[in-house]
Design a protein around this ligand. Structure first.
Ligand code: 2F8
Length: 263
């Protein structure tokens, strides 16, 4: 009995202890399981998502940077376009202003030119009033009726605010031929100072010449130092001829008004 009791007690105790042990073991296993599971969970919950989160954030950052770059580029482009537009507009405005200014200038110059033409005409009209004067290509010409020697003729021209004619061009020579019409006139050419060196009354040298070739003018040497347009005694001769300066001929004065016109 006591043995039974003992056994019961022991057995109970044993059973109890065993139960406890079983329970503890279960707990331990559970703990171990838990630890394993938890670790696994931890692993699955921490490691894997961490990997995912890292690459995602990098990607996100990259995409954000790309977006920012794109936006910045757009802003830059827009700014450039605006700046260009403003620049072109300003330039266009400047060109338009410049064009308007030039047009105004042209209008002003045209008006000025027209006024000057009118002024010139008035001046010419006033200047051509004196009797006996003829206007041709910026010069007035006076043809004397009386005859004098070369020096007196030159003096008369100077009294009239002019001097003996200076023939510079073929056109002027043709004009002289036309107005003299086979008559003898002094012109302002002489070699009185240096024989053979022909000079006009203003001291200029001869650029255009119309000497008579048939008689090899000038052919008078020191005896003939002044020049006439024609000799009635030699009507076949058409060019200039040197004759003695004390001969008596009509004369032509010339008053050049180019300096007056250019002022
Ligand atoms: O035949 C040309 C010759 O004619 C005259 O001399 C005869 C002229 N003299 C006068 O008229 C004074 C020359 O100058 C001219 O060369």
């Amino acid at each position: 009995m006591s043995e039974d009791i003992y056994n019961n007690v022991i057995g109970t105790e044993f059973e109890g202890k065993n139960k406890d042990r079983v329970e503890m073991t279960v707990d331990i296993y559970e703990s171990v399981d838990c630890v394993r599971d938890c670790d696994f969970k931890k692993e699955t919950n921490t490691t894997q998502p961490l990997q995912h989160t890292g690459s995602d954030s990098v990607k996100t950052r990259i995409s954000r940077a790309a977006v920012v770059c794109l936006v910045l580029l757009c802003v830059l482009l827009l700014t450039a376009v605006i700046v260009l537009c403003v620049h072109i507009h300003t330039k266009n405005t400047n060109y338009t202003e410049e064009k308007d200014q030039l047009l105004t200038k042209i209008t002003n110059l045209t008006e000025e030119r027209d006024q000057l033409i009118i002024k010139n005409r008035n001046v010419l009209n006033q200047l051509s009033i004196p009797d006996g004067w003829i206007y041709y290509q910026s010069s007035f010409y006076y043809m004397s009726n009386e005859t004098r020697n070369w020096t007196e003729s030159s003096k008369d021209c100077q009294k009239r605010g002019a001097d003996l004619i200076i023939i510079n061009t073929r056109e002027e020579q043709d004009f002289v031929k036309k107005i003299t019409d086979r008559r003898e006139f002094w012109i302002g050419l002489t070699d009185s100072e240096v024989e053979g060196t022909w000079k006009w009354v203003d001291g200029s040298t001869v650029t255009y010449e119309f000497w008579e070739r048939e008689t090899k003018e000038p052919n008078g040497g020191t005896l003939e130092n002044c020049v006439v347009t024609y000799l009635t005694k030699n009507p076949q001769l058409k060019g200039w001829l040197d004759v003695p300066c004390n001969g008596a001929y009509q004369w032509i004065c010339e008053k050049n008004i180019s300096p007056l016109i250019q002022q």
